[in-house]
Design a binder for this molecule. Structure first.
Ligand code: NAD
Ligand code: DAU
Length: 351
């Protein structure tokens, strides 16, 4: 094998798309997917990848010092793409400490394992940390987030991600560890856990349940199709300049209420319902505490320096997404009933 790459959080939404891309694109890379399968980790996302000879799954916790050190010794990784995290803002409001533990301590633990095991052999290694646009705060008066925007995280989730970003830069500055960072806007697409807005709305429309809209639905997000994020990660991992940060975005801003209305129209058409039927499900509920008003990414650096831009329009991406959830109702059902957890037992424990 030419390279051995550790991908953390590979059983989650974005991670599973990154794992698939790397396994398919680089048959001469060994891809090790490390995930401790929290509620958000689902190995059913990777059924097609499972039998591939250049893929390995390891169930482990990124905060477990001994196990992580041992893995670095066993595999002598050439690169790390770090996605494992607690990722849902609402959960960070009810249980912030889980976010500090995984996102801050877990990242520190991985950085430390890389520093100790790669010591004096940093050439051709890379620690690539996947972060979020939420570290920049909320755009209340127009403009866009650039790589120079000052950090201003406002939720326990974004503060814990900001903390992990600072640690990554500290290891670059202090120890010379080769690192890359990227901060991406909201992803959507297949395999997203239905606690996040788009899959939650699709599922509720499908089952004619109320669609909860926080506040007045005026908040704005910049949406990117998940496979385009995975493609950007591939480009940055291979061509990015060590120590640099790249912003990734869809140049695709939507007010939540407009996005939900669009989903209602698409679903009515695909489910042969009368147009307007699903919109009746829209229900305004209590706003999220500290709800950031607007995120919008300026991804010009990534386009100029590395040539990346989104390959799909939002119209194409959202049609593909709705089709995927309608064609994969069993996946949705397994996630909602918790049955997906049994897949791991069948696949890895009972053999
Ligand atoms: P996700 O919640 O779908 O997946 C996270 C994965 O990490 C899960 O498989 C989970 O089991 C695993 N994990 C959690 N804690 C772990 C631990 N202690 N040890 C090992 N594995 C653990 O998240 P996602 O939406 O795919 O996001 C992936 C990364 O991308 C995160 O770092 C997130 O901050 C970042 N990000 C997400 C978005 C987005 O819109 N979803 C946008 C920008 C950046
Ligand atoms: O910007 C990148 C971030 O995007 C990632 O770092 C996070 O991991 C990811 O979860 C996402 O965060 P958001 O909070 O923007 O995503 P979420 O899908 O939870 O919410 C999108 C918007 O929709 C937000 O303004 C809150 C609103 N919302 C959300 C839910 C779940 C609702 O109105 N109703 C809902 O039921």
């Amino acid at each position: 094998m030419k390279k051995t790459i550790l991908i953390t959080g590979g059983a989650g939404f974005i991670g599973s798309h990154v794992v698939r891309l790397f396994v398919n694109l680089y048959p001469d890379y060994m891809v090790v997917n490390l995930d401790n399968l929290t509620y958000a980790g689902n190995l059913e996302n990777l059924k097609d990848v499972e039998p591939r000879p250049n893929y390995r799954f390891v169930k482990a916790d990124i905060t477990d010092q001994e196990t992580i050190q041992q893995l670095f010794r066993d595999f002598d990784f050439d690169g790390v793409i770090h996605l494992a995290a607690e990722s849902h803002v609402d959960r960070s409001i009810t249980n912030p400490m889980a976010f500090m533990h995984t996102n801050v301590i877990g990242t520190a633990n991985l950085l430390n394992a890389a520093r100790e095991n790669w010591k004096d052999r940093f050439t051709d290694r890379m620690f690539y940390h996947i972060s979020t646009d939420e570290v920049y705060g909320s755009l209340e008066n127009g403009g866009f987030f650039t790589e120079e925007t000052a950090y201003d995280p406002r939720s326990p989730y974004s503060a814990s991600k900001a903390g992990s970003d600072h640690l990554v830069r500290a290891y670059f500055n202090t120890y010379g560890l080769p690192v890359l960072l990227s901060n991406c806007s909201n992803n959507y697409g297949p395999n997203q856990f239905p606690e996040k807005l788009i899959p939650l709305a699709i599922n509720n429309i499908l089952h004619k349940k109320p669609i909860p809209v926080y506040g007045q639905g005026e908040n704005i997000r910049d949406w990117l199709f998940v496979e385009d994020h995975a493609a950007a990660i591939n480009v940055i991992f291979h061509k990015g300049k060590p120590g640099e940060t790249y912003n990734i975005g869809g140049n695709n801003e939507w007010k939540n209420i407009d996005l939900i209305r669009l989903l209602c129209r698409i679903m009515d058409r695909k489910l042969d319902r009368v147009q307007g039927e699903s919109e009746k499900l829209i229900t305004f509920v209590k706003d999220r505490s500290g709800h950031d008003l607007r995120y919008a990414i300026d991804a010009a650096k990534l386009k100029k320096d590395l040539g990346w831009e989104p390959s799909l329009t939002f119209e194409q991406g959202i049609e593909k997404t709705v089709d995927w959830y309608l064609e994969n109702r069993e996946w949705l059902q397994h996630v909602l009933t918790g049955d997906y957890e049994k897949y791991y037992e069948r696949q890895y424990v009972k053999r």
